[in-house]
Ligand binder design. Structure first.
Ligand SMILES: C[S@@+](CC[C@H](N)C(=O)[O-])C[C@H]1O[C@@H](n2cnc3c(N)ncnc32)[C@H](O)[C@@H]1O
Ligand code: SF4
Length: 476
């Protein structure tokens, strides 16, 4: 079946824009535009946020960097413990957890107790790699130290290969209500190549245990565009995923950054799908998920219509951050653990030290572990709002930007406006009579990063059609 013809994609245009090195904008400005910072900056930023927005609540991100074995594609900040520490690999998790607990206590000393903790997300690495008693200890500390909302969303990224029924029972007892499962692909050959072998039956058993334990929401992470994946294997993977009824799906395009991630260099790039095959993979995924009753959200997420993410998309309260699409609109995000990022809305970003030994040393000396960050300028905030609308609602609404920031859109964005005309002529955007610009489907949706790049002041002005040399994350 020729999907491209059916969807009327202009392949000449697609080829011109696809495959450029452009960011996915999980933050704006992207971390490459941030500055060195120290712990005092973190405290100052937190206090600024608390003074300016005393009613604002918050969400907590915990980074657990450990994994048992490496998946070759992985671009996350993780440490393969058995490889690094041999027989003594259990000791570092104890040391890390002690440091994390100290960091949480220190944080409790500066977060206003009136602020409610409304979301907690454990990510990694693989939090499921921690011994059960350490998970319980961290969870208890959070409950004791912070003002946790009764209806808080509490989620963990789980690796199905390390998720026992006992762990799921414990998580429910500790109040977890959401799970995010790393699936990636169900194809045996692709799994073998990337060293991430987890048969469908294993995943099905974990999903069944999770459902019988009463988890409200289960997310699947899938990746398309890796070596040995074809349009047909991806179709099969998506169909199998749908059989398990996940509530949300993150359908990631493989971020190929071998310049930064040494282990990705070991992949067989002779078996990499072409840009056009990846476009077909996107279209197959989109068609199968939407036919199965999922809403397409943002760049790469699908959610059941009954799910919080779909409601947030309708209400305009979606948040796009380092964990993908979330419902935490209006909450400050505070990250604890190595490399974790904090986002104080309308104020700035900070990121913790990325090297685990250095992070532990800083925290062990009772110092804040922040290493870099960015205070937002007025221009950052205007551009952040436009880029947010592009990814979260697939539109640019000049009137809304003018009302919120008191600017004249066409004057402020004179250069960007010309670029919008160019991409509109190429079919990525549609100009509406009321002044809005809508991102087209499928061409504009698969090339969303090119549209967002127009508004990124830290990129080369021509990056939207030429790519930017500082970014390696290939598009589409
Ligand atoms: C921290 S991992 C998830 C939890 C757990 N470690 C696991 O793998 O099951 C976060 C997710 O990032 C995604 N990811 C990692 N490397 C990626 C890459 N190079 N391109 C696209 N997605 C990637 C994967 O889908 C992965 O599930
Ligand atoms: S994908 Fe998950 S399990 Fe695999 S190395 Fe990355 S963080 Fe670890």
């Amino acid at each position: 079946m020729n999907l491209l013809a059916q969807e009327e994609i202009n392949l000449e245009v697609f080829r011109r824009y696809a495959g450029l090195s452009l960011p996915r904008h999980v933050s704006y400005p992207m971390p490459t535009g941030w500055n060195p910072m120290i712990g005092d900056d973190f405290v100052k930023m937190l206090q600024t946020s608390q003074q300016r927005f005393p009613q604002r609540h918050w969400s907590l991100y915990l980074h657990i960097p450990f994994c048992e074995a490496l998946c070759k594609f992985c671009a996350c900040n993780r440490i393969i413990l058995p490889k690094k520490y041999g027989d003594t690999w259990q000791e570092p998790t104890r040391q890390y957890v002690d440091i994390l607990l100290a960091d949480l206590h220190r944080l409790a000393g500066v977060v206003n107790s009136g602020r409610q903790l409304r979301q907690i997300h454990w990510g990694g690495g693989s939090p499921t790699f921690l011994p059960l008693e350490q998970i319980e200890q961290i969870s208890n500390t959070i409950r004791q130290q912070f003002n946790l909302a009764d209806d808080a969303e509490i989620s963990m990224e789980i690796d199905p290969r390390h998720t026992s029924p006992e762990l799921l029972q414990l998580l429910r007892r500790l109040g977890f209500n959401r799970l995010s499962m790393g699936i990636q692909d169900f194809d045996a050959q692709a799994q073998e190549h990337v060293k991430r072998v987890q048969p469908f039956e294993m995943v099905r058993a974990v999903v069944q245990h999770a459902r019988s334990n009463g988890f409200d929401s289960i997310n699947f992470d899938l990746i398309y565009g890796m070596p040995y994946q074809t349009v047909e294997t991806i179709r099969n993977t998506v169909e199998l995923a749908i059989q398990l009824h996940p509530d949300r799906v993150a359908y990631y395009h493989y971020a190929q950054i071998p310049h930064k991630i040494a282990t990705q260099r070991g992949m067989d790039y002779t078996r990499l799908p072409t840009s056009e095959e990846k476009l077909q993979m996107f279209i197959v995924g989109h068609r199968l998920f939407t036919r199965a009753g999922y809403d397409f959200i943002g760049l790469d997420h699908f959610a059941r219509q009954s799910e919080g993410l779909a409601h947030a998309a309708e209400e305009g309260t979606l948040q796009r951050n380092f964990q993908g699409m979330t419902t935490g609109g209006g909450l400050d995000l505070i990250g604890v653990g190595v490399s974790a990022i904090s986002h104080f809305l309308e104020v700035g970003f900070t990121q913790n030290e990325k090297e685990v030994e250095k992070y532990q040393q800083m925290a062990g000396e009772k110092r804040w572990t922040v290493d870099r960050g960015k205070w937002f300028t007025p221009d950052d905030l205007i551009r952040q709002a436009v880029i947010h609308d592009i990814y979260c609602s697939a539109e640019i609404v000049p009137q809304r930007v003018e009302q919120r920031f008191g600017i004249n859109f066409d004057d402020y964005f004179a250069r960007e406006r010309s670029a919008l005309e160019v991409v509109a002529q190429d079919g990525l955007l549609l100009a509406e009579p009321d002044g809005r610009w809508l991102i087209t489907y499928p061409l504009g949706r698969v090339l969303m990063r090119n549209v967002a790049a127009i508004f990124d002041a830290y990129l080369d002005p021509e990056a939207y059609r030429q790519g930017d040399r500082d970014y390696f994350s290939a598009n589409a």
